[in-house]
Design a protein around this ligand. Structure first.
Ligand SMILES: [Mn+2]
Length: 360
């Protein structure tokens, strides 16, 4: 595996490439052209410039998170082919720049959903949290207002003001889209892009829906192993793979995370590894990456990735806000650096433990 950090680009991120380069064991970044809108065509020049900037800092550009999918593709609108053509051209440009990993999601209206961006934990750190009760009692428009006023002045991925200004319209557009339609529209999209992925060896890695269930009555399909298996079977190509995000699948305690990883051998192209604390059904908060700080066994998650011979990029995911840092919620430097170091430590111990075992 290669340890990486997500980076939004020098215009949008409070963290610098120089800082990332100084986290021991982090050799790459996962980035995006954050100022583009879903459906835009990414020019080769912009991609080349981003890659040159990352390389000049002594880091690899290990993948893209995300190239977002236009709503017309998810809804299956008559104009979807125009946006799919843009997507294909963007993939060509990425391939020409020797970039082989693209993370994306297929969630209607909202990307990830949280009800609080700064819940205080017992140690005084603040974290993103989710309460089903809060979701059930709030209008989605009001939720956007509270999320944006709480974001330390940063634009949150998937919650861009231009997009959220149209939120009522978006709900209207999705009113006839159920789970079956979403699966069919995903299949149509994947079938269209697989030839370019084959040509340039680009691994598509779908990110799970977060939380892993329907919110505000919207359909959600990338939520559990049976649905992932259905998705991979419906377009049976190695380039049609997944981002294994422990913090997203793990929102549902019924998802057996190490078991899912083992069942997905060969099709996990990218891993987000982080921990959550489940407080009671329908209420969770993010925690430090350590097993002892949350509900997951992080050793077992890393061990499962080792057992399936995972070689792709991995990254710590949302960090707590600690040490008075002011950054995009979830995306500060300090706690993600601690997370990367911890995950690297687990990995080294697993690798050496296995070698020692094999020698006996
Ligand atoms: Mn994730």
């Amino acid at each position: 595996m290669e340890m990486t950090l997500r980076w939004y680009g020098s215009k949008s991120d409070s963290v610098t490439l120089k800082q990332i380069r100084q986290i021991p064991g982090v050799t790459g970044v996962i980035t995006t052209l954050y100022e583009t809108a879903p459906g835009d065509l990414w020019s080769r020049e912009e991609i080349h410039a981003r890659k040159a900037e990352v390389n000049a800092a002594g880091l690899n550009l290990s993948g893209i998170e995300s190239v977002n999918i236009h709503d017309s593709i998810k809804i299956g609108s008559p104009d979807r082919d125009k946006y799919i053509d843009n997507y294909i051209k963007t993939l060509e440009h990425l391939g020409e720049e020797d970039i082989h990993l693209v993370c994306y999601n297929f969630m209607p209206v909202f990307d990830w959903t949280r009800t609080e961006l700064a819940r205080v934990r017992p140690d005084g750190s603040t974290v993103l949290a989710y309460s089903q009760k809060a979701v059930d009692s709030i209008d989605p428009v009001k939720m956007f207002d509270s999320i944006s006023s709480d974001s330390n002045g940063f634009v949150l991925p998937g919650w861009e003001p231009e997009r959220m200004a149209k939120i009522k319209e978006l709900f209207e557009m999705y009113k006839d889209v159920d789970e079956e339609t979403l699966f069919a529209n995903l299949k149509y999209f994947l079938e269209a892009i697989m030839p370019v992925c084959d040509k340039y060896d680009i691994n598509m890695a779908i990110h799970p829906d977060d939380p892993a269930w329907s919110v505000f009555g919207l359909p959600r399909i990338i939520i559990n192993l049976p649905n992932l298996q259905r998705m991979m079977k419906m377009v049976d190509n190695r380039h049609n793979g997944v981002t294994f995000c422990s913090g997203s699948y793990g929102t549902n305690p019924d998802n057996d995370l190490p078991g899912m990883i083992r069942a997905l051998e060969g099709r996990i192209h990218f891993a987000h590894v982080r921990n959550l604390q489940h407080n009671f059904p329908g209420d969770f908060e993010e925690s430090a990456h350590l097993s002892s700080d949350g509900s997951f066994d992080m050793y077992e998650i890393m061990k499962a990735l080792y057992d399936i011979h995972f070689t792709g990029p991995i990254r710590p995911d949302h960090g707590r806000m600690i040490w008075d840092e002011v950054a995009m919620p979830g995306y500060g430097l300090y706690d993600r650096a601690l997370g990367a170091t911890y995950l690297n430590g687990l990995w080294e111990a697993i690798v050496k433990g296995e070698k020692c075992h094999a020698a006996k």
